[in-house]
Design a protein around this ligand. Structure first.
Ligand code: ATP
Length: 330
């Protein structure tokens, strides 16, 4: 699709989903607002049952919202469902490749579903196989592929019809660290070479670091949304640890000159400050004490997740949406 998105790639206002089971009503998504700019890689995190899958399914037109609106690639997910579907790519957790077919046949089948001409399909299949480094395996049946290769092929398939927005639900779950790194390298290439917007859920905090912005969802609400750096800064302080020639004097000077209380912890003078990188030069010029080493530790995204949800992300491993895309669940 060559028509560019004017405005945000994803715009969500007051999006709500209530499930009714007998007399019980579960409000899985409670009136959330989101805005994802074109070209961004956007991380969507949250513990099990937070409402991530339900949200992503509404954005992909697989489920209808109870209320609120969502526009994807400029189109309304309810009123202009087909327009949205043509412009999005989906890579969900479940393996949906046909194992009996070759890599190329899997892609060609998908290209036909999306109505690509033979020539466009040929060109796109070459491009996406190249992108995920499977060009030399195009004629092998998928059942011979490793888990990582299958996942790469799923991503390639999600890209065959040149979507404007790619939805990835836990794209690297269960893969080894090397393959995870390789998949993120492909996603970075994609970001560098195209205008594609990537909306990704992940349980891996190191992967969330790759995102331009992150939303953390808990209990049906978006509890915080910002860049990874800003989120880390928002929860507090850096920790500086020093090895010095005179700890007592160093602590006294830190109190005097920086107005900060320091202490000795595990053999090092430690102090907490808002911006460690800005304080380190002052330690060298103002302490008048020999400094043998300095380390600055920033809060991690794990700390961010814990702060905003009260859980570690590892406590919240879990399954995502079941079935094939567009299976018509409402
Ligand atoms: N089809 C359904 N019928 C009834 N309740 C549902 C349905 N699907 C999800 N829920 C409930 O809605 C809430 C949000 O579920 P959802 O699957 O969207 O969360 P999630 O953040 O994707 O979790 P996970 O990480 O486990 O996939 C949960 O309380 C869940 O039990």
């Amino acid at each position: 699709m060559s028509d560019a998105v004017n405005g945000p790639a994803i715009e969500v206002t007051g999006l709500t989903k209530r499930y009714k089971t007998g007399d019980t009503v579960v409000e899985a998504v409670k009136g959330i607002d989101l805005r994802v700019e074109t070209g961004q890689t956007y991380g969507f995190l949250g513990p099990n049952g937070a409402g991530k899958s339900t949200t992503i399914e509404m954005l992909c037109t697989i489920r209808n919202p109870t209320s609120g609106t969502a526009r994807v690639a400029g189109y309304d997910v309810v009123r202009e469902r087909d327009q949205v579907r043509r412009r999005i790519g989906l890579v969900f957790q479940q393996q949906t490749l046909d194992l009996q077919l070759t890599a190329e046949q899997n892609l060609r089948f998908h290209a036909e579903l999306y109505g690509l001409s033979r020539a466009d399909a040929d060109r796109r299949i070459d491009e996406v196989l190249e992108m995920v480094a499977l060009a030399d395996r195009r004629s092998d049946t998928v059942q011979k592929f490793s888990g990582g290769m299958k996942r790469r092929l799923e991503i390639a398939r999600g890209l065959v019809h040149a979507p404007q927005v790619l939805f990835l639900d836990e794209p690297t779950i269960g893969l080894d660290p090397q393959t995870r790194a390789a998949i993120w390298a492909y996603l970075h290439d994609l970001r560098r070479t195209t205008e594609i917007t990537v909306f990704v859920t992940t349980h891996y905090m190191d992967e969330a670091e790759h995102c331009d912005r992150i939303a953390i969802m808990d209990n049906g609400e978006v509890v915080v949304e910002d860049t990874p750096e800003a989120l880390k800064s928002s929860i507090g302080t850096d920790r500086i640890a020093l090895r010095t020639d005179d700890d007592e004097l160093a602590i006294a000077r830190i109190r005097e000159r920086l107005g900060v209380e320091a202490g000795v912890h595990e053999g090092q003078v430690t102090l907490a400050v808002a911006e460690g990188a800005q304080v380190v030069p002052r330690l060298f010029t103002e302490l008048g004490v020999g400094i043998r080493s300095v380390t600055v530790t920033r809060p991690s995204l794990d700390d961010v997740f814990l702060t905003y949800t009260g859980r570690t992300i590892r406590d919240s491993e879990g399954a995502g949406p079941a079935g094939s895309p567009f299976a018509g669940r409402r």
